[in-house]
Ligand binder design. Sequence first.
Ligand code: OXD
Ligand code: MN
Length: 597
Amino acid sequence: MKFENKPLTDNKYVLDWIEECAALTNPDKIVWITAEEDQLEELRKQACETKELYKLNEELLPNCYLHRTAVNDVARVEARTFICTRTKEDAGNINNWIEPQECYARLSKLYKNAMVGKTMYVIPYAMGQLGSTFAKYGVELTDSIYVVLNMAIMTRAGTAVGKYLDEHFIKGLHATATLDPDNRYICHFPEDNTIWSVNSAYGGNVLLGKKCFALRIASYLGRKEGWMAEHMLILGLQSPDGIIKYVAAAFPSACGKTNLAMLIPPEYYKKKGYKIWCVGDDIAWLRIGSDGRLWAVNPENGFFGVAPGTNEHSNPNALAATKRDTIFTNVCHDLDNNTVWWEGLNDNPPKNALNWKGEKWDYTKYDKNDKINTSGAHPNSRFTAVAKNCPCVSPEFDNPDGVPISAVIFGGRRAKTAPLVYQSFGWQHGTFVGSIMASETTAAAAGAIGVVRRDPMAMRPFVGYDMGDYWAHWLEMGKKIPNPPKIFHVNWFRTDDEGHFIWPGFGENMRVLMWILSRCENKVDAKETPIGFVPYAKDINLEGSGVSEETLEDLLSIDTESWKADISNIREFYALVGDRVPTEMKIELAALEKRLG
Ligand code: OXD
Ligand code: MN
């Protein structure tokens, strides 16, 4: 096998696997990614020559680039995502499944000679701090410079990883191939530590360290090894005395995780000296610490955030993080000053611009009911930003031991059913609360309004095995954590009868976090209700929020009828998950039904 540069490991297991993949895909060259600046800069130059990347204004956006994907390749594709365990039962009813040997055979045909005339890049990377208890290692083989440069931001990649590669590493093979959507496959072989992704070049499908490894494969490993991989942000709330308490929170995709992770406290709290630190915006790996608490790290090294809607008000920290060293994908290109723009950035769309497809864009034709065809930026356009460039990145970001978690928060998007916040009765009930997480489609989305999608722990697309077994693992973990975090549920999306949101959200969510932490410290009472402990309105500080006490009462009220109606939907969902739903979950469901009367 001919490498263009020196291999970063001499581990035979690793080298044999690379050889096997090279024999299949047949690249012209194989290059090891050291991730040194010189190498990355050379790759950026090459990608600019082929128009895979566009260099943006160096003064306004230093070291920033724009990339456009194929128009048919703009998001994760759950229908093309598979968990290939030996038995279908182990993948479970919620996941798509293909028998592994059949899958390898089918995909081998698509990989065959897919890299002819191209370079295969070998990216050694770590999820988590190198050498830490949390860290896991992988190698991604890819023919895309865009993938290399994104992985260099999103993970700890390059030379230093070489010495950690052994037979436990996660083998990721990505080939762009023809981008044929009918032959697009994102396949996971958890029993083989393997990920195969072909015919896509969209981040969520091809940055294999993220959803594929850090959630799907890692959730499988976590169950086997006694830890957890979750779709959660991690933030630290610092009080004026300097003490920082950490929470981990799971929300379905597109429910504002990145915004909450980087929240700016309302003026009232800021003046008193409160501050929020972001440890992670998407993924948490959790382990039981020697002190009996649950500790968390963010295994990533960057943010792959949704651009539209990010602005000075919604998330100034994320915006600041995108001002340098960022790769923008499918945003609008402002040709006058060679910068980028997206819907919701400001009210000043560029007049001389290309849309996300690279076509001349006329902002006056924007139609919110046909965003894909009329918007400047694709609704799922992204920024890939370096975590350390975020002004509120936590000083503990690189701590190999992670941070101790006081509270786990599950978030839904419900118009009526869930109150602003409630606390579960304990770990088992909290696991149940996570299992019934849901979001409702809103008027803004295409299709019917109010359709409930169950998204347990926000992990529906990301559990690498059977969902019932996953809940059982949560219950098992609960038994093993001597001092577990308390479990809460929040809902920022409650609406009035006209469908308007009644909670202001964004920075004001801090008020709810304050109540949650007070509960963790046993500082406030709460009202016991059929669904859990709900705050007394007096215990959520509204000063400066513009929210009236009456609205807060409304936000905290429990709509018993909609809960009762929800029970049958939950039961149907449990039936769909199937035989492996733990008895404890069914007991919790029956108990909830009984409490509702
Ligand atoms: C993401 C997602 O991109 O959850 O983080 O879809
Ligand atoms: Mn996510």
